[in-house]
Design a protein around this ligand. Structure first.
Ligand SMILES: Cc1cc2nc3c(=O)[nH]c(=O)nc-3n(C[C@H](O)[C@H](O)[C@H](O)COP(=O)(O)O)c2cc1C
Length: 213
């Protein structure tokens, strides 16, 4: 039996720093990610927990330039539509935000959920099938952290019509889109979320989010 590792205070301090410096990244440096690095990131993300160990995530690497362009144009259209929901100063502020790096990110991934994975044999989803979606999110978050630990940024893109992305990527119709993900080296690593730096929304205190009953 392998002895479990002892995570010492220095590691814990580093881990907290990783959490504090994990950012959603939309501005990417003009620098590729080595293929071995991409493969290693994805392997590590597979360590994520999932309901029944179903591992329902299905990751699509978008390699086709034509598909990348189509995705970027689709998100721009959806984003312009979303912007119209805000009037006045909020509309101006919204339009000034950069909400995806789909054209510049060296690596594009789409994360889907298989609604009926063989793995797991249905365990844990009898009453809450949405646990499969949550499982996919754990894999994305794991990828987010392991990428950041290697200096690589991830940007989650969700301003889109999932059916359109499913059709553009030619995947099984019953897969559910969970996220479009941009990966690359950040143009400028930052300790503070971009939406906070731009005055859109800051982090709020735990006290606002914690309830006793
Ligand atoms: C489910 C989810 C969807 C998101 N979708 C988008 C998006 O479409 N565009 C974007 O710019 N950021 C998106 N984000 C990133 C958030 O804006 C970001 O996580 C938040 O502002 C906090 O910043 P931080 O991740 O740098 O801490 C998304 C994040 C999550 C978790």
């Amino acid at each position: 039996m392998t002895a479990p590792p002892a995570f010492d205070p220095a590691f814990r301090a580093q881990f907290e720093l990783l959490l504090r410096w994990r950012r959603d990244v939309r501005h990417f440096a003009d620098r590729p990610i080595a293929e071995e690095e991409v493969a290693a990131l994805l392997e590590t993300a597979m360590l994520a927990p999932s309901v029944g160990n179903a591992q329902p995530w299905r990751l699509v690497r978008v390699r086709s330039p034509a598909r990348r362009t189509a995705l970027a144009e689709h998100v721009d259209t959806a984003n312009a539509r979303a912007a119209r929901a805000y009037g006045g100063a909020a509309g101006q502020a919204y339009r000034a935000l950069k909400l995806h790096g789909l054209r510049e990110a060296p690596v594009l991934l789409a994360a889907f959920c298989d609604p009926a994975p063989q793995a797991g044999h249905g365990l844990g989803i009898a009453t809450m099938p949405e646990m499969l979606h949550y499982s996919c999110v754990t894999a994305i978050h794991t990828l987010w952290l392991v990428a950041r630990a290697k200096g690589i940024g991830l940007g989650w893109v969700s301003i889109l019509e999932p059916e359109t992305v499913t059709a553009l990527l030619d995947v099984p119709q019953d897969w559910t889109l969970i996220a479009l993900l941009c990966l690359g080296y950040p143009a400028e690593p930052a300790a503070i979320p971009e939406l906070e730096r731009r005055g859109w929304q800051a982090r709020e205190a735990l006290a606002e989010r914690l309830f006793d009953r």
